[in-house]
Design a protein around this ligand. Structure first.
Ligand code: G4P
Length: 535
């Protein structure tokens, strides 16, 4: 028995240890899709890039599956893909790349052990990157930075590093440094070793791996390939970094204090493979997570020592139009998962059999027989699972509740055909359960409202009500930008003229305000009431 246990532990140590579960965070157009595709290229999953493709001309990424995503060329559903990269097993969580995103995007980050932040060398740190980075910080997820598009005219590397530090409030430490930039971008030099990696293009538009030669700054290879001013610039920058650059330590990176910075071009593949190699070397596998035990005591859930445990971070209904099903995405946190395993469902206090588990490799669903800490599995959900649910072999704890985010967009919605009310209500209920948006009603219950983090969710809602519930709807965006739960007696609350009072699914009063100022004003007028943020 003891021998079996120790065998299992050494298996878990190896398998969990080689998993890298991460998300790519970036502003739209920074190159997330291209980078994901190149990861597939260098892992041997695809032979030529350009099949998975970017957004224009109706091309779609492998991780997109909804028809609407394909129509609009954007990634809406945050899904996960698994494949091998050299010795590592990669679980890449797809976070929507559109500037409108949902709570799903944020929640998906809770399932990641690390993140790759892609920054466009010409644009620097942009709005969505900032928002997503804040979530990583909140969850203490270590972040690697990739300054992409070095093959196009961009901003000076030092300026970009300073911007990362100033805007995001994290130390940036260059692991490699660009050799030339724009049309002169030839490769990178590793700061620690001064080894130079120089590339030349092979296939059209980076469709195949770039050819690489190693060189030294003062060697013949560099001399023959690089103009003198570029060599001098690199030598000068490296000296400067020696004096003024931040030191890098893996421990500080894992603590979220420093982000290692890499320069590359995902399009031409220059610097991409050594970035992936560094990512695998630096990024953590599943770590100990703190869960809430009984009596408010925190219990550590160790990926190796604790028997199988997982939590639901995402629900998605009707992914396959031919089977009206719903999938719960589980993140394995500890122990070994086996197909058909019977586990404890902590919220319901019952046992459930985990049958028909699957993972995604590009668009294909694969049955999962065994999974390890860090893995993401989809389970058919007949209504048993809700977001944040903990399941495990041994109970007595719950993973921390998933964060909720303050909605910023509001709209009124009703079915065009009143006869479709029942189907409409059913669909709305399903969407609310998936947690991508919040559903509100007027006090009279006659009107329905939706509140979301991003506007795109409204389009998704209407699309899915049409496709999955055959209900056409009219959606009118409302001029509100913040909301709060009202704590106190609603009948004595002096509502500002421009605000609206509604109620949530649990009949709690919610106030919608057109501006933060209106909210502050309401608080001043109602000293006996409190307003509690919905995020
Ligand atoms: P996203 O998922 O972050 O939104 O970005 P995506 O990879 O779709 O890239 C956005 C655009 O930037 C694409 O061009 C892509 O080819 C280009 N791109 C990505 N990485 C690099 C890079 O390293 N260098 C250069 N020069 N361009 C890069 P597009 O014209 O919008 O699409 P497509 O028709 O080329 O696919």
């Amino acid at each position: 028995m003891a021998q079996i246990a120790s065998q299992l532990q050494s298996e878990l140590r190896v398998e969990a240890g080689r998993r890298r579960t991460f998300a790519i965070i970036s502003h739209p157009d920074a190159g997330k899709t291209t980078l994901t595709e190149k990861l597939l290229l260098y892992s041997g999953m695809i032979r030529t890039a350009g099949m998975v493709r970017g957004r224009k001309g109706g091309k779609v990424a492998a991780s997109d599956w909804m028809e609407m995503e394909q129509e609009r060329g954007i990634s809406i559903t945050a899904s996960a893909m698994q494949f091998h990269y050299k010795q590592a097993v990669i679980n890449v969580l797809d976070t929507p790349g559109h500037q409108d995103f949902s709570e799903d995007t944020y929640r998906t980050l809770t399932a990641a052990d690390s993140a790759i932040m892609v920054i466009d060398a010409a644009k620097g740190v942009e709005a969505q990157t900032r928002k997503l980075f804040q979530v990583c910080r909140l969850r203490q997820i270590p972040v690697l930075t990739l300054i992409n598009k070095m093959d196009t005219p961009g901003r000076p590397p030092l300026e970009l590093m300073t911007e990362v530090e100033d805007v995001l409030g994290i130390q940036a430490s260059a692991v490699n440094w660009p050799v030339g930039s724009g049309s002169d971008f030839a490769g990178v030099v590793e700061r620690a070793t001064h080894r130079m990696l120089l590339f030349s293009k092979t296939g059209v538009g980076g469709s195949t791996k770039a050819q690489m030669v190693q060189a030294t700054l003062d060697g013949l290879e560099a001399e023959s390939r690089l103009p003198q001013h570029i060599r001098e610039q690199v030598a000068h920058d490296l000296e400067l970094l020696e004096v003024a650059g931040n030191p890098f330590s893996r421990e500080a990176f894992l603590r979220g204090e420093v982000t290692p910075v890499f320069f590359a071009s995902a399009l031409t593949n220059f610097g991409i493979e050594n970035f992936f190699d560094a990512f695998v070397a630096l990024a953590p596998s599943a770590q100990v997570r703190l869960a809430d035990g009984s009596g408010g005591i925190e219990v550590p859930i160790d990926p190796i020592e604790t028997p199988f445990s997982a939590y639901v971070f995402k629900l998605q209904a009707n992914m396959n139009p031919r089977h009206r099903d719903s999938t719960a995405f589980l993140r394995v946190c500890s122990g070994r998962f086996e197909r058909d395993m019977v586990v404890k469902h902590h919220r319901l206090g019952t046992e459930v059999r985990l049958s028909r588990p699957h993972s995604l490799v590009a668009q294909a669903r694969n049955t999962v027989d065994i999974a390890y800490p860090g893995d993401i599995i989809g389970i058919i959900n007949p209504g048993t699972f809700a977001i944040g649910d903990t399941i495990s072999l041994t109970d007595g704890f719950n993973f921390k509740p998933l964060p909720q985010f303050q909605p910023e967009m509001f709209a009124r919605i009703h079915p065009t055909d009143v006869g479709k009310r029942k189907a409409f209500d059913k669909g709305m209920m399903q969407m609310a359960q998936e947690g991508t948006m919040q559903i509100l009603r007027s006090l009279s219950e006659l009107d329905s409202f939706v509140a979301a983090v991003g506007r795109l969710q409204f389009d998704v809602l209407q699309y899915r009500l049409r496709q999955e519930y055959r209900v056409e709807t009219v959606l009118t965006p409302l001029p509100f930008e913040c909301s709060a739960w009202l704590v106190g007696d609603p009948s004595t609350f002096r509502l500002p003229m421009d605000a609206l009072i509604v109620k949530d699914r649990l009949d709690r009063p919610v106030i919608l305000f057109p501006t933060q100022r209106s909210k502050t004003f309401a608080l001043e007028r109602n000293p006996d009431h409190r307003l509690q943020d919905m995020g």
